[in-house]
Write a protein that binds this ligand. Structure first.
Ligand SMILES: Nc1ncnc2c1ncn2[C@@H]1O[C@H](COP(=O)(O)OP(=O)(O)O)[C@@H](O)[C@H]1O
Ligand SMILES: [Mg+2]
Length: 358
C-alpha cells in the first residue's frame, strides 16, 4: 500500500501543491516554518480525517480560506488503486473514496492505515490512558474487523447506562448491564488477543534499539480483574449512581509497559523511553504487514529533534527493510545521515509552502 499522488489545498501555509511520492522512502527537507509538518498533516488527514497536532481543524485550514482539501491516489496491496478525497471545514466532513461518498471515518483508516511519530508522540507512556487506548485500538481495529462493531455497540450501551444512572431509574439498569457486559467482554477479548500477537513483534524490534532486560506489556482491562466485568459493575453500583457514570469497563482500559516489573516511565531514561515508544509504533506497522500483508504508511515529523544519529540510522535501516512507505521531515539534509545505501527514495524541498522534488 502506498500513496502515489498527493494533492494539498489550503493546509496551513500550503496553498495548492501536488506531489508524486515514492512508494518507499520520502524525505521532506526545509527550513523551520517552511511547511514540512503541514505536508505530514495533510497525509495524516487523508488517513484519519483529523490533525495530529491541533484539536480543531480550524487552525489547520489556511487562514485565507474556509476549507481545506486533501486528495490522494493509493496503490493497494492487491494492485488496485483507491482514490480518496477529503474536504474539511469547521463544521463538516466530506469524504469520497473512489467516487463514493462515505460517512464513517473508519473506512478511511482501512484505505490508508498510517502511523505517526512526532515530538509529542513520546508522551505516549507518561500521558493519560486515553492515548494508550487509542494506540492499542488502532492496532486492534486493523487486526480484527469485528472489533469496531463490538466497540460501537459497547459505547452505545455505555451511553444508555450513564443516562439511566443520572436519572436514577435503577430498574432499567439490568437490560443495559447485560449489553454492556456482553460487548465489553468482546472488546476486551479482542484487545487481549491482539496484545498476544503484538508482544513478540514488539520485543524483537525493541531489541534492535535497546538493551533492556525483562520488558513486558500488559492490558489493564478497565475493571478490577479479581472479578468478572459483571461483578465489577455490581460492586460499583452505589458509586456509579452517586456520580452518574460507569466507573469500570473497557472505556477505562490501559496498557502498561513494564521493565523489571515496574512502569517503564518510572525507571528508564528519557532517551530509552523514546525508543520504547518508537518500537511500539513500529511494531504495529510490522504486525499489520505480517498479518494482513498490508504495508501501512509511516510518518516521522522532525526526525532529528528526538533521536540521536545512531538511532536515526537504525530506524532508517529498519524502515527500508520493512518496505513500507515512509515520509520523514528534517530541517537539514545532513540529519538524514547516509542515504547512499537506500535506493528509490525521493527528496522534496519545501520553502514558504511550495514543494519541489529534488
Ligand atoms: N492556518 C494557517 N494558515 C496559514 N499559515 C499557517 C497556518 N497555520 C500555521 N501556518 C504557518 O505555516 C508555516 C508552516 O508551518 P509548519 O508546517 O509547522 O512548518 P515546519 O514544519 O516546516 O517547521 C508556519 O510559518 C506557520 O506559521
Ligand atoms: Mg514542523
Amino acid at each position: 500500500m502506498a500513496l502515489l499522488k498527493l494533492d494539498i489545498y489550503a493546509v496551513r501555509n500550503i496553498l495548492k501543491e501536488s506531489i508524486l511520492p515514492a512508494p518507499t522512502m520520502n524525505f521532506i527537507v526545509g527550513d523551520n516554518a517552511s511547511g514540512k509538518s503541514a505536508i505530514i498533516e495533510a497525509i495524516f488527514i487523508l488517513g484519519r480525517a483529523k490533525s495530529y497536532r491541533s484539536a480543531s481543524i480550524k487552525s489547520v485550514i489556511n487562514f485565507a480560506q474556509h476549507f481545506l482539501i486533501v486528495s490522494g491516489q493509493i496503490l493497494e496491496a492487491n494492485g488496485s488503486h483507491t482514490h480518496i478525497g477529503i474536504q474539511l471545514d469547521n463544521k463538516s466532513f466530506c469524504c469520497r473514496i473512489n467516487q463514493q461518498t462515505i460517512q464513517k471515518k473508519s473506512e478511511l483508516a482501512y484505505a490508508l492505515p498510517l502511523q505517526i511519530i512526532h515530538p509529542k508522540s513520546y508522551e505516549l507512556l507518561d500521558a493519560g490512558p486515553q492515548y494508550r487506548r487509542e494506540f492499542l485500538d488502532w492496532g486492534v481495529f486493523n487486526y480484527n474487523e469485528n472489533f469496531l462493531l463490538a466497540w460501537r455497540n459497547f459505547k452505545k450501551a455505555l451511553l444508555q447506562r450513564n443516562t439511566i444512572l443520572k436519572s436514577k431509574d435503577v430498574k432499567q439498569l439490568n437490560v443495559w448491564d447485560k449489553e454492556l457486559v456482553y460487548y465489553g467482554t468482546i472488546v476486551n477479548n479482542h484487545r487481549q488477543a491482539y496484545l498476544e500477537k503484538f508482544k513478540p513483534v514488539f520485543l524483537i524490534i525493541i531489541n534492535q534499539f535497546l538493551n533492556l532486560e525483562d520488558i513486558d506489556l500488559k492490558i489493564i482491562p478497565g475493571w478490577n480483574t479479581k472479578n468478572e466485568f459483571k461483578q465489577a459493575l455490581n460492586d460499583d453500583l452505589n458509586m456509579d449512581l452517586r456520580y452518574g457514570f460507569t466507573h469500570s469497563g473497557p472505556h477505562r482500559a490501559d496498557i502498561q509497559l513494564l521493565v523489571g516489573n515496574r512502569l517503564a516511565k518510572d525507571v528508564v531514561s528519557r532517551g530509552q523511553l523514546k525508543l520504547l515508544v518508537l518500537s511500539l509504533k513500529l511494531a504495529q506497522v510490522q504486525l499489520l504487514a505480517d498479518e494482513q500483508g498490508a504495508l501501512g504508511c509511516f510518518l516521522i515529523d522532525d526526525f532529528a529533534a528526538e533521536l540521536d544519529a545512531i538511532n536515526r540510522a537504525k530506524l532508517l535501516h529498519f524502515l527500508s527493510n520493512m518496505g513500507c512507505q515512509v515520509f520523514i521531515t528534517a530541517t537539514d539534509i545532513t540529519h538524514l545521515g547516509d542515504l547512499t545505501k537506500l535506493n528509490n527514495y525521493k527528496m522534496f524541498h519545501v520553502e514558504h509552502g511550495n514543494i519541489k522534488q529534488v
